[in-house]
Ligand binder design. Structure first.
Ligand code: THU
Length: 142
């Protein structure tokens, strides 16, 4: 799967955004370890703080479907006039599951299917802490 294809899938997912309050649609496409792609879109709420970003929609959907290892994440923001990266909350959630070297691509709204930002989960959340608290990281003695 090329990054262009993943970006195009994120772009297509943005069409499903429920964003009547901001008018700002976001789509995400998460490439799982086994090659499955799970997409997500932002879902807003009239109680604004309950809004769920596209990235978290995709991650929660993927984990709920049994995927916990990921190869790449693409994000599309077709309504943006400048490069947009994931919000702080999403960076933390991405790093819950992604290795620091996992690529994150953000689409160039002017050129659908091409990246304007190419970074990594680790670069988006440097000095990440608390990983040792997760049971998935804990050593077991069998
Ligand atoms: N949003 C996302 O879905 N992902 C981001 O990375 C940035 C922000 C959504 C939340 C809200 O529905 C709208 O974009 C405007 O902030």
């Amino acid at each position: 799967m090329t990054k262009e294809t993943l970006l195009q899938m994120a772009h297509n997912a943005a069409a499903f955004a429920y964003a009547p309050y901001s008018g700002f649609r976001v789509g995400a496409a998460l490439l799982c370890e086994d090659g499955t792609v799970i997409t997500g879109a932002n879902v807003e709420n009239r109680s604004y703080g309950l809004t769920i970003c596209a990235e978290r929609s995709a991650i929660v959907g993927a984990v709920s479907a049994g995927h916990t290892a990921f190869r790449a994440l693409a994000i599309a923001t077709p309504d943006a006039h400048e490069p947009v990266g994931p919000c702080g909350a999403c960076r933390q959630v991405i790093r819950e599951f992604a290795a620091p070297e996992m690529p994150v691509y953000c689409e160039d709204a002017e050129n659908p299917g091409t990246a304007i930002i190419e970074t990594t989960a680790g670069a988006l959340l440097p000095f990440d802490s608390l990983h040792g608290l997760g049971s998935r990281d804990r050593e077991t003695d069998g």
